[in-house]
Write a protein that binds this ligand. Structure first.
Ligand code: HEC
Ligand code: HEC
Length: 408
């Protein structure tokens, strides 16, 4: 039985006892009316009686009562601040719990089918990042023509299913402050798979308390600055390794396809040979693309790799779903040419952060940022939407990125 129901039960028992006692008193007086003179109608007590044990009893109970008050008040004074803190902690804990339920998917302990919003499906059960399904609409002018629309013979005009990288959220409060995260949750990221969740946006269902619960949950799972920096470094190393190992596995697939072709040529039907030949040709094209990509990555400066792993998702269109093996994707635009964040190319950062002094200004902006509506660089005004990187990258890494940006 919970503490609450025990208390209720005790109160009910006490109430029943009091009622029973009153009933018994009333009934017993009614049954034997004459036997006892009511005290206020009797002769009262003599002075000796009053000042004897009776007085002592009255004084004794008063003393006990005073002692209780004298002890209880200081105890209350001592324990009240602690109780308040515990109440606040309890409040925070419950907010985190509610946030965990909102975040969860069915592989997580907090999952509740009627409440959970499945953030984990895109951002990962451990909130270390994941991928979101996204349908890429064709943008070529010729795809506006009726005869090319949904025409399988013009594959570049078919909508494409891609996987859009969803960022890790166990570092999100190292790059944004809680109000900025709340704003992202309310409004989502238009033009990306991240939906708007807040009622305030007119598109979501969450009130500000639920938004705050989600932020509280995210705060509770943040890793440390050191861990985040170690991760950024690892991700950059991984980026190079992935390009090389992708090339290897695509080459293996090509070798397999060639072996299958040889086998078909040795004893298969003409149709089987033709089919195997198509597979070889397609895979050869993928290998060429993977090769080009691996060469490109191998030649990248450290600053460029770090730009691609930290900044490109906002500053280069298509960076979140780039895949060197997918030949149907439109050719990616040049790095830093703008998407959610502005273009950094054609020397635009040199205009915003001019000269040698500009390097420091640019560092301040990328590392620390500026509060919403305040200026940065020469004529920049912060919208409070760009994350900041002093907790995620080392000074050296930020400087490498800045040098790269200034060369764009
Ligand atoms: C359908 C997939 C999907 C779901 C569901 C989803 N997100 Fe996202 N979220 C994304 C993607 C993709 C991005 C990155 C968008 C971009 O590239 O600009 C993102 C971005 C974010 C960001 C900004 C992080 C940053 O560094 O830019 C936050 C915070 C966030 N999501 C929190 C949540 C929370 C909390 C939920 C659940 C209420 C949620 N997301 C549900 C896909 C999703
Ligand atoms: C979540 C998206 C996002 C990411 C990630 C991001 N930025 Fe930005 N960036 C923006 C937005 C949005 C702006 C425009 C300024 C504003 O709205 O406050 C901006 C502006 C800038 C500017 C100023 C451009 C100008 O000419 O005014 C620079 C420089 C910049 N970002 C560099 C970086 C670097 C370096 C990184 C990675 C280390 C990065 N950004 C990562 C969104 C992003």
């Amino acid at each position: 039985m919970s503490f609450r129901s025990t208390l209720i039960l005790l109160n009910v028992i006490a109430l029943v006892l009091i009622l029973a006692f009153l009933a018994w008193r009333i009934l017993s007086v009614r049954r034997n009316p004459g036997t006892k003179v009511p005290e206020n109608l009797g002769d009262g007590h003599s002075d000796e009686q009053l000042e004897g044990p009776r007085l002592e009893r009255a004084l004794g109970t008063s003393l006990i009562f005073v002692l209780v008050v004298a002890l209880a008040l200081p105890l209350y004074f001592v324990f009240e601040p602690g109780r308040q803190t515990r109440a606040l902690d309890g409040f925070d804990e419950r907010a985190v719990e509610r946030g965990a339920t909102l975040f969860a998917n069915n592989q997580m302990p907090g999952y509740d089918p009627t409440k959970s919003l499945l953030c984990a499906n895109c951002h990962g059960v451990d909130a270390q990042g994941g991928a979101a399904p996204w349908v890429l609409q064709p943008e070529l002018d010729k795809c506006d023509d009726v005869e090319n629309k949904s025409n399988a013979a013009v594959p570049e005009c078919l909508p494409q299913q891609v996987a859009w990288a969803a960022p890790a959220l166990d570092t999100v409060l190292l790059r944004f402050d809680p109000e900025q995260v709340a704003r992202i949750l309310v409004w989502g990221r238009p033009g990306s798979p991240m939906p708007a969740w807040g009622v305030e946006s007119g598109k979501g269902v969450l009130n500000s308390q639920s938004i705050n619960d989600l932020v509280a949950y995210l705060e509770s799972i943040q890793i440390t600055k050191e861990q985040a920096q170690a991760r950024s470094t690892k991700v950059a190393v991984q980026y190079r390794q992935d390009a090389a190992s992708n090339l290897k596995s695509q080459q293996q697939l090509l070798a397999d396809a060639r072996a299958a072709l040889a086998k078909a040529q040795a004893g298969g039907t003409a149709a089987a040979v033709a089919e195997a030949q198509v597979k070889v040709d397609t895979q050869a094209a993928v290998v060429a693309s993977a090769q080009k990509w691996a060469d490109q990555v191998a030649a990248m400066s450290e600053g460029e790799v770090l730009f691609r792993t930290n900044c490109a998702r906002c500053h280069t269109k298509g960076a979140s779903y780039f895949d060197p093996n997918n030949l149907r994707l439109p050719t990616p635009p040049s790095p830093g040419s703008g998407a959610f964040g502005p273009s950094l190319t054609d020397g635009s950062t040199l205009l915003q952060f001019p000269g040698q002094a500009g390097v420091q200004l640019q560092y301040n902006w990328v590392a620390v940022g500026a509060p919403e509506n305040e200026g940065y660089g020469v004529r920049g005004v912060s919208s409070g939407q760009m994350p900041h990187f002093e907790n995620l990258l080392t000074e050296k890494q930020i400087n490498a990125i800045i040098a790269y940006e200034r060369s764009l």
